[in-house]
Design a protein. Structure first.
Ligand SMILES: Cc1cc2nc3c(=O)[nH]c(=O)nc-3n(C[C@H](O)[C@H](O)[C@H](O)COP(=O)(O)O)c2cc1C
Ligand code: SF4
Ligand code: SF4
Lengths: 235, 593
């Protein structure tokens, strides 16, 4: 089955089983998102892709595309909502972009720019999240984790190692690794694992290669994340 | 726990990873905590990634992953309990035991913390000690508890009276007044074909009692029509909405009606197995349920060929939760039943087609199943005579707060708020009533003629009365704390938003709030409502929003107590005029803060 729905008034084709986000992406239309990734099942946790369909809010990444569905995305209301979500993600962790190795390649930062997030708005939570530098090749800086579970999914589904998982609940939810010691060095992670490259922010970093691409020449420095597909930065 | 004990435990649960939460509960009960070594061993025994087991162990409030003492005391921190002095009682216990609130005493004997409502707000204040409930706390009872812990008396030697839980049924109707023979409704159901039974259910117009009011007939038919050979029936006895305790009473006084209802459901949809998911805080009810299940197996009401009907095989299992309100959400409940963290699933697909183990499953509330028994017995038309056009039958209300007679009131659907207030002896003047718990409706005194039914005030049965002496901001702060504590943490708006909202409301309660906090709070409420993944997040902002809409002066009073009032407030200058004219509606205000 095939069909079309509308996104902000213009038609988007889809095929059976696609979500609104997937169909939009195939059509070269950008809907801001963080936890969605073309290689993995939709997750629906960051909520940054929230759209309005027939008067109801829904995450575009989990909303099945349907013939004739009228989807709003680029409205002031939704931009404001997404800005709020990105602000909440920023105040939840400790993000000091100027000193972050991922700056310029970071999707949280790039989405923040695309949505014109100019302040944090909410009080910062300043959580205490020690680094894990135990592994010879990989550093974990939990301060920047947005809990998108991409590493969890990649390690389980692609690497078949389940190195990462989530522990705790609510605001205490945090990334854990698969070792009684709690140290990455005691897991089976290897620097070549898919899970290492999938992090959209600067948590999972390869050691020994700081700032090889200078700031200013990085992915989203060359073209913003919401630029037309032929130009947009690819992580 | 010794390796031998652990391997016995694994053996008892057939090494089934779906039973992980049940195993962790048993570890907690036996060892007092779930140690890192036990997590490693369980993971090995179940061939699960260790981190997955750790993820489950750290999700549930009633599982401790650090030592919490031989005696683990958790005071219910619901607002009703607070208004009954739970904070002072907790401090008294801490002082008597020489332990800091929330901490473990250095000798490792005891810890005293808090948890959400434990379903006893008709007999406050209350606590759990090693998972067992103690209600009606007084200074004397707290001192007795301190003495028992001081003497290191084993829990099974504590006076039984301490653990007695009342069931104050003030008004009984169709459900609470019934005297049903075990199996009577199953017999009546088996006299009909499953199709005829579904037609009876349709005629009854029964709607689910868990809150959303979904048509029970439609749900069951969808499950019956879903493809696949196996089906499941699940009873949602998680009852976590603060101020709700009617499922507790139904399970203790009308258990056979509930179990009959579940068996009727099995006949209607063709299910072979079922589960009762009982909130961990109701551990004290578990033995009676296990005994009833055994009795029903002996009476051929469960097991192979139920009541001699060839091919009708159905059995039930009791599963306990471990302290997580979100597990009342049906898909989170299914995750928990499968031994995982209680994270609400993506929808679609829905449980009726992809439920327990991705098989067709009906999940219904305790009261829904009890109502089903009566539909099977007396027919749908009789049932539909009670209540209103679109809300048939009766409703069991859990009444607590400022009234003479808190307890259980079963009224026909559609009764007015005022009627229930009169029945429970609520002290006039009423300041506010919270119907359906924090996630539903805060009523002002102008709304007491509204009707308790799906057309007007949908509710999962909680009814909290607040007299004039109560600070509604404190009520809303308590609800904000509840949602922050219970958010599962899956989605951004609820995970971060509930904590931010708690911060903003606490600032207001502490007299430190500014208009900025009010603006932040309102923005957070809208964000959570519009963007959250499940009903917990979408409703978490309701208490504050409704306070703002209906009790604006309460918020403003907290602001004006600031010495450094941000600006001259034109709207507040109109307050005397509003007082004189007795108006407080939208148009009597000048601006949004
Ligand atoms: C956060 C949350 C908590 C819930 N808690 C309960 C509960 O404790 N008991 C219950 O029956 N339903 C609860 N529900 C509703 C269930 O998801 C589901 O709708 C209900 O069990 C269906 O049964 P019913 O059709 O008989 O009402 C909750 C929903 C949400 C979103
Ligand atoms: S470490 Fe990175 S990929 Fe993993 S959950 Fe955190 S932000 Fe997502
Ligand atoms: S709304 Fe809250 S409880 Fe529901 S999925 Fe999101 S974080 Fe979890």
């Amino acid at each position: 089955m095939k069909g079309t729905f509308t996104l902000d008034g213009s038609e988007v084709p889809f095929h059976e089983g696609q979500t609104v986000l997937e169909a939009a992406r195939d059509a070269g239309r950008y809907i801001p998102h963080l936890c969605a990734h073309p290689e993995f099942e939709p997750h629906g946790s960051c909520r940054v892709c929230t759209v309005k369909a027939e008067g109801r809010m829904a995450a575009a990444c989990t909303l099945p595309a349907r013939e004739g569905l009228a989807v709003e995305s680029a409205t002031d209301e939704l931009r404001e909502l997404r800005r709020g979500l990105v602000q909440l993600l920023f105040v939840e962790g400790n993000h000091f972009c100027p000193s972050c190795e991922k700056s310029g390649d970071c999707q949280l930062q790039a989405v923040g720019y695309a949505l014109e997030v100019r302040s944090l708005h909410f009080p910062q939570l300043f959580p205490d999240r020690p680094l894990d530098a135990s592994h010879p090749d990989v550093l974990l800086d939990f301060n920047r984790c947005i809990l998108c579970e991409l590493c969890v999914r990649a390690s389980a589904e692609v690497d078949h190692k389940s190195v990462f998982a989530l522990g705790g609940r609510g605001i205490d939810k945090h990334l854990i690794v698969n070792a009684e010691s709690g140290r990455l060095a005691d897991t089976s992670l290897s620097v070549t694992d898919t899970a290492v490259g999938v992090c959209p922010v600067g948590v999972i970093l390869k050691k020994g290669r700081g700032f090889t691409v200078p700031l200013g020449q990085r992915t989203y420095d060359r073209a913003p994340i919401d630029a037309p597909p032929e130009k947009a930065g690819k992580p | 726990m010794s390796p031998a004990e652990l391997s016995q435990l694994l053996h008892r649960h057939h090494g089934d990873p779906n039973r992980l939460l049940q195993m962790l509960r048993e570890v907690q009960a036996a060892a007092g905590w779930v140690s890192p070594e036990v997590i490693t061993e369980l993971a090995k025994g179940l061939t699960l990634p260790r981190a997955r087991v750790e993820g489950v162990a750290t999700f549930y409030t009633l599982l401790a992953t650090r030592p919490r003492g031989e005696y683990q005391v958790l005071f219910a921190d619901n607002i009703i309990e607070r208004f009954h002095g739970s904070v002072a009682l907790r401090e008294r216990l801490c002082a008597a035991l020489g332990v800091a609130p929330g901490a473990l005493r250095p000798d490792g004997r005891v810890s005293v913390g808090t948890t959400s409502c434990i379903g006893l707000s008709d007999q406050p204040a209350s606590l759990l000690v090693n998972g067992l409930a103690i209600a009606r706390l007084t200074v004397e009872r707290v001192d007795a508890i301190a003495a028992l812990i001081g003497q290191r008396a084993p829990l099974d030697q504590w006076p039984a009276e301490l653990f007695h839980v009342d069931e104050p049924i003030r008004r009984a109707g169709l459900l609470l007044g019934a005297h049903l023979e075990p199996g009577a409704a199953v017999r009546a159901a088996l006299a009909r074909s499953s199709e005829a039974l579904l037609e009876e259910l349709k005629r009854s117009k029964l709607r689910g009692r868990g809150g959303a009011g979904f048509s029970t007939h439609d749900k069951w038919r969808a499950a019956r029509d879903a493809p696949g050979p196996t089906r499941f029936v699940v009873c949602n006895a998680d009852e976590g909405e603060p101020g709700t305790f009617k499922d507790r009473t139904l399970l203790r006084r009308q258990l056979d009606a509930v179990l009959d209802g579940m068996t009727v459901a099995a006949h209607a949809i063709g299910a072979q197995r079922g589960f009762i998911y009982l909130r961990g805080e109701y551990l004290f009810i578990a033995p009676a349920i296990e005994a009833a299940l055994a009795a029903r197996r002996a009476a051929h009401l469960l097991g192979r060929d139920v009541l001699g009907r060839t091919g009708f095989d159905f059995d039930l299992e009791l599963h306990l939760g471990a302290g997580a309100y979100v597990c009342g959400e049906e898909s989170a409940l299914l995750e928990s039943l499968e031994g995982r963290r209680g994270i609400p699933r993506r929808r679609p697909p829905y449980p009726v087609t992809h439920g327990y183990l991705q098989r067709p499953t009906v999940v219904n509330n305790v009261e829904t199943f009890a109502s089903v028994a009566h539909v099977a017995l007396a027919g749908g038309a009789r049932f539909a005579e009670l209540g209103t056009e679109r809300s048939t039958g009766t409703r069991v209300h859990s009444v607590s707060g400022d009234c003479a007679r808190p307890g259980l009131y079963e009224l026909p659907m559609g009764a007015s708020v005022r009627e229930l207030l009169d029945a429970c002896g609520a002290e006039a003047p009423i300041q506010a009533v919270q119907v359906g718990g924090p996630s539903r409706t805060l009523l002002s005194p102008r709304e007491l003629d509204r009707a308790l039914c799906f057309e007007d005030l949908p509710s999962a049965g909680a009814f909290m009365v607040f007299g004039p002496q109560r600070d509604l901001l404190e009520v809303v702060a308590s609800f904000a704390r509840f949602f922050a504590h219970e958010s599962c943490g899956f989605c951004t708006p609820c995970r971060v938003g509930t904590t931010q909202l708690q911060g903003a409301v606490d600032a207001l309660v502490g007299g430190r709030g500014t208009r900025r906090d009010v603006r932040h709070a309102l923005r957070l409420c809208a964000l959570m409502r519009d963007a959250s993944h499940c009903g917990l997040g979408t409703t978490a902002g309701r208490p504050f929003m409704q306070l703002y809409e209906k009790f604006k002066p309460t918020i403003e009073r907290s602001l004006s107590s600031l010495e450094f009032r941000p600006t001259f407030d034109l709207d507040e200058a109109l307050a005397p005029a509003r007082a004189l004219t007795g108006r407080d509606d939208e148009r009597a205000h000048l601006e949004d803060p």
